[in-house]
Write a protein that binds this ligand. Structure first.
Ligand SMILES: [Zn+2]
Length: 268
């Protein structure tokens, strides 16, 4: 901005603390999308934090469950999954499952967390993905998957938080008093996207990913088929990495990587 050197101008912090913050709509979204990548980075000595936007209260087919109890159970499952992966911190924002909107309150909550942890990379849902629909003529047996509105809302909330609010000294000035000054996120990784450009070799941590998903007992019980499906899906992604980028991997997680900020040489 033009008045960067004006009296009272606040420096925007560019040095990260955490390597990555994964932000998913529901307990288990972070696991599906980025559990193996998170575990890999943790193994490399990096810090990773997970965020869950909603309370997960609609993740059941039993109408009579008590919301609060179910929420706490799912949070506990998510904590156990993070424990398995070595993810150092997890935050629950507890917005209403199934009804998440890109509101002032949601954006501010995300700005607060990004400023608190200062992740180099933020990983979240691709908000532009309305559905995944195979061509009915090519795959007559397959059905489409409509992307959950909470997933799209999460993507939009996170993108709007990152720019301009997280790095703007005049956005959410009340957060300055709480000790959360402006910070610049370096990269954005989107999952649940048809615009993949980055493959992470997770052959080393695929087992941890399946173990983490097993922690979500309310969602999958002891469903061995689901774990088999995860392996197949991750192996299929590795095959794509070979076809599209010539990369040799057994298992891969895939993202659309977007660079937002490149530190100057002396900062690195
Ligand atoms: Zn979800």
């Amino acid at each position: 901005m033009a008045d960067k050197n004006a009296p009272g101008a606040l420096d925007v912090i560019t040095t990260p603390d955490y390597e990555a913050m994964v932000i998913g709509a529901h307990p288990d979204d972070d696991d599906f999308a980025a559990a193996a990548t998170s575990a890999l980075w943790v193994k490399q000595g990096k810090k990773v934090v997970w965020v869950v936007m909603t309370d997960g209260a609609e993740g059941s087919e039993v109408p009579s469950l008590v919301d609060t109890e179910f929420m706490l159970t799912r949070e506990q499952e998510q904590r156990m999954a993070c424990e398995v992966l070595g993810v150092q911190a997890v935050e629950f924002l507890r917005f209403s499952d199934g009804h998440l909107r890109n509101t002032e309150a949601a954006r501010k909550a995300v700005v607060r967390l990004i400023r608190k942890y200062r992740p180099r990379i933020v990983i979240t849902h691709d908000p532009s993905q309305l559905f995944f629909a195979p061509d009915p003529d090519e795959k007559p047996e397959d059905t489409a998957y409509l992307n959950h509105p909470d997933h799209r809302a999460t993507g939009n909330i996170v993108l709007d938080a990152i720019f301009p609010a997280v790095g703007n000294p005049r956005s959410y000035r009340e957060l300055l008093v709480e000790g959360f000054p402006p910070y610049r996120v370096h990269e954005l990784y989107l999952f649940g996207t048809e615009h993949i450009n980055t493959y992470i070799d997770v052959s080393e941590t695929i087992d941890l990913k399946t173990k983490a998903l097993q922690c979500h007992v309310t969602q999958f019980g002891t469903d061995a088929e689901m774990l088999e499906w995860i392996r197949k899906w991750t192996a299929e992604t590795a095959k794509q990495a070979k076809e599209k980028k010539g990369l040799d991997m057994q298992y891969a997680e895939a993202f659309r990587r977007i660079k937002l900020y490149v530190p100057k040489q002396e900062e690195k």
